[in-house]
Design a protein around this ligand. Structure first.
Ligand SMILES: [Zn+2]
Length: 209
């Protein structure tokens, strides 16, 4: 079977947000080291054309952790997740199912559930990897099977910060509050899948945040 490729419009957003974070030269250097030279200076079409291979995407994320070390990679990947959400919302809201959402008649928790379900469903299609949603009274739980964010790395820690950054920003977009998102089990630690906890109740954002 042919390898899954991330659609061009998402690959665009991924590269744009990396560039915003580390600059054009940084992006080009990174693409070179990640074996993605073909994308240097390339204008990707903003459509569904299958583009970046999952194996290369996965390798690229692993390279960020290797190059920067876990301590520095954490804020970088959290921010990258945040930017991916912001770019998608602004430029391509259909990509993660963020367009045409009618949630005015729902309560806060209903809105969270509705949007999270949609985003996870779209994420499954975009990355071709299962994203399973469960919940209890206080939290939503997301399990990513065959997770690609931790690459093939080994660590004592949970290291999948990019999806956490994405969901933190998404939750703030929904409620206007700050929600704790925490990875609780990571494949890098030897667990069979990566698991995340998203608090349903947010705290009021401080003006400096
Ligand atoms: Zn992971």
């Amino acid at each position: 079977m042919e390898e899954h490729r991330i659609p061009s419009s998402l690959a665009r957003i991924i590269f744009q947000s990396v560039e915003e974070h580390i600059g054009e030269n940084g992006l080009n250097m990174f693409l070179k080291r990640a074996g993605l030279e073909e994308y240097i200076g390339k204008e990707l079409p903003d459509d569904d054309t299958p583009s970046l291979e999952m194996s290369k995407f996965k390798k690229g994320i692993g390279l960020i952790v290797e190059l920067f070390g876990e301590k520095a990679a954490k804020p970088l990947l959290l921010r990258w997740g945040k930017l991916t959400f912001e770019y998608a919302l602004k430029n391509k809201p259909t990509l993660f199912g963020l367009a045409g959402l009618v949630t005015t008649f729902m309560g806060e928790e209903g809105k969270e559930r509705f949007i999270l379900k949609r985003v996870l469903k779209e994420s499954e299609n975009l990355y071709d990897v299962p994203h399973i949603l469960t919940e209890d009274t206080d939290c939503f739980y997301v399990e990513i099977q065959d997770c690609f964010y931790c690459s093939n790395l080994h660590s004592d820690n949970c290291i999948c910060w990019a999806p956490a950054g994405f969901w933190i920003t998404m939750m703030t977009w929904i409620t206007g509050k700050n929600h704790e998102v925490k990875e609780t089990e990571c494949m890098a630690q030897g667990h069979p899948s990566c698991k995340f906890r998203i608090a349903k109740k947010g705290s009021v954002l401080s003006p400096t945040a």
